[in-house]
Design a protein around this ligand. Structure first.
Ligand code: ME8
Length: 510
């Protein structure tokens, strides 16, 4: 039955241009969204930008731009990068949009009216250089701000607090009943640990900032002197984009999946669920967490370290599909992965140029050379039995792995079939059959072609451009369901003249 599924990326900060870390999450969501669409589900794929808070004000000031102008510029860059990477998102929300501000205001008022927001005194270590409170982790050995080398002042001020403590036990109960709410398992455990820690220290969540220090935010509806704390604002993007308040919201939200990296596990695994409970919005379906791309010396790739790769530069070199393939296949979803040119070139040459590229290239070349097809009426070859057995495994593994966000394993399940097909070519030697037994050669090459079509159909979510090119050449509809038998494949009788080269071998540049 057709399901409604929603998949979201984080709303990225606009304090820097998108880098390969952002591209990874967005491409992973895109791959999953494409997979879900192909299974016939109704998909809403959301991405967006997080534009309020002092980080953004500072970044704009550094560039000598007004904050509005700066946000427009970087949000525009995110949009154009996603466009050139071929991202199939259905919506891109900006937290500065009216539709979002309206929902934040509504939800704040609702929680306040229910008595779950109260005014209190906040005491913390404030750095006037950074214009924000610092945590102890952000101080150096002398207790100074690491950036401004000054001991922060301890200040107390009025702020609004959300009664997070009231909802932590309820959320914990829900998690204990349903461990699939946060995945993979390691992060599920981490969330449970964080809840216990927060319950122990008893603090609620400060959700406001005084306007005298920060104006760039959404005004608190019940106190004009305050703006909303950026996380309380940003998290709500998911429901504002899903149409909170509209009749379509319920169905859309019922299939909500959030994808993030582990850096923002606490806001998504703890703050957001307690906010949803307080606002009486149904819980998200799943929070899916991945690790970091690591650069030089295994440090997290990030804008602040300046070690992050530019996704457009990489796609200009490799093409969109090869870049997607590398990111999706190389990282074991959930763990960290190293990024280097060498790792990338080796992966792409081994899987795309060798395994897949060779299979397609030699099968099509022989079909042409021996004038064997494509001939859809050709008899299935005896190797079809082995292929069918492999297809059964593929079908089971592929869907199960996609459903559980194991991109690397889902792709690997197709490559098991690809390697088997290459083995069949080596074993039956169509070049010899062409001389000794042409009818068998025809049946073998056309059986292989059927299997290649299946491979291409299963690789559509990760290689959307290349598979579409080749499938259209073979006159196979590219929105077909995933076939599980060789005879379920339909291609046209044709004479192949030329076809696009799938993937060439690449060389290390450095
Ligand atoms: O945190 N490896 O935005 P952000 C893998 N605005 N993924 C990475 C990565 C890396 N090295 N670097 C970044 C924010 N990412 C908030 C979110 S949501 C309501 C508000 C990806 O621009 C990954 O998805 O800092 C990570 O969680 C996100 O970028 C952080 O993006």
């Amino acid at each position: 039955m057709k399901k409604s599924v929603m998949i979201t990326t984080p709303a990225y900060y606009v304090n820097a241009r998108p880098h390969i870390g952002h591209a990874y999450t967005t491409i992973a969501c895109d791959t999953w969204a494409r997979y879900q669409r192909l299974t016939g589900n109704d998909v809403f794929f959301l991405t967006g930008t997080d534009e309020h808070g002092d980080k953004i004000v500072k970044a704009a000031a550094e560039q000598g731009k007004s904050v509005e102008e700066y946000c427009d510029e970087i949000a525009g860059e995110f949009k154009s990068v996603w466009q050139s990477l071929g991202i199939s998102c259905d919506d891109m929300i900006r937290t500065t949009e009216v539709r979002h501000k309206k929902v934040v205001t509504e939800i704040l008022q609702k929680i306040y009216d229910a008595g779950d927001i109260y005014a209190g005194e906040y005491t913390g270590k404030y750095c006037f250089g950074c214009e924000r409170y610092l945590t102890d982790k952000e101080l150096n050995g002398k207790g100074e701000c690491e950036v401004h080398l000054k001991v922060p002042e301890v200040i107390s001020e009025k702020n609004y607090f959300f009664k997070m403590q009231k909802y932590l036990p309820i959320w914990k109960e829900m998690l204990l009943k349903n461990s699939s709410l946060v995945q993979p398992e390691g992060y599920y455990k981490e969330v449970l640990g964080t809840i216990d820690e927060l319950v122990k220290n008893g603090e609620d969540l400060s959700i406001s900032r005084p306007k005298k220090r920060l104006k760039w935010g959404i005004e608190i509806p019940f106190d004009k002197d305050y703006v909303t704390y950026v996380w309380f604002d940003a998290l709500i993007n998911y429901v504002s984009a899903a149409g909170y308040g509209a009749s379509s919201f319920g169905v859309r939200w019922s299939g909500a999946h959030h994808m993030i990296a582990k850096d923002i596990l606490k806001p998504h695994g703890v703050y957001w669920p307690t906010m949803l409970l307080a606002a009486q919005i149904p819980m998200y379906k799943r929070l899916i967490v991945h690790g970091y791309w690591l650069g030089f010396q295994d440090q997290k790739m990030s804008k602040s370290l300046g070690n992050a790769k530019d996704p457009l530069e990489l796609s200009a070199w490799l093409g969109n599909d090869a870049l997607r393939f590398f990111l999706m296949r190389e990282m074991n979803f959930g763990g960290d992965a190293r990024f280097s040119e060498e790792i990338m070139v080796n992966r792409l040459n081994a899987n795309l140029a060798n395994d897949l590229g060779n299979l397609v290239q030699r099968t099509l070349s022989m079909l042409k050379k021996y004038e064997c097809g494509p001939a859809p009426s050709a008899k299935l070859h005896q190797s079809g039995d082995t292929i069918h057995a492999a297809l059964k495994t593929l079908k089971k593994d592929y869907h199960q792995r996609f459903e559980s966000f194991e991109f690397h394993n889902a792709i690997e399940s197709v490559f098991v079939l690809i390697r088997l097909l290459n083995k069949i070519v080596d074993e039956y030697k169509p070049w010899q059959l062409a001389k000794e037994n042409l009818p068998e050669c025809v049946s073998l090459l056309n059986t292989l072609l059927r299997a290649i079509v299946i491979v291409l159909l299963y690789l559509r979510p990760v290689l959307p451009e290349k598979t579409a090119d080749l499938l259209s050449l073979l006159k196979v509809k590219s929105d077909e369901e995933f076939p599980d038998t060789l005879t379920a494949v339909h291609f046209a009788e044709a004479k192949l003249d030329t076809w696009p080269m799938l993937f060439q071998r690449i060389e290390i540049k450095e």
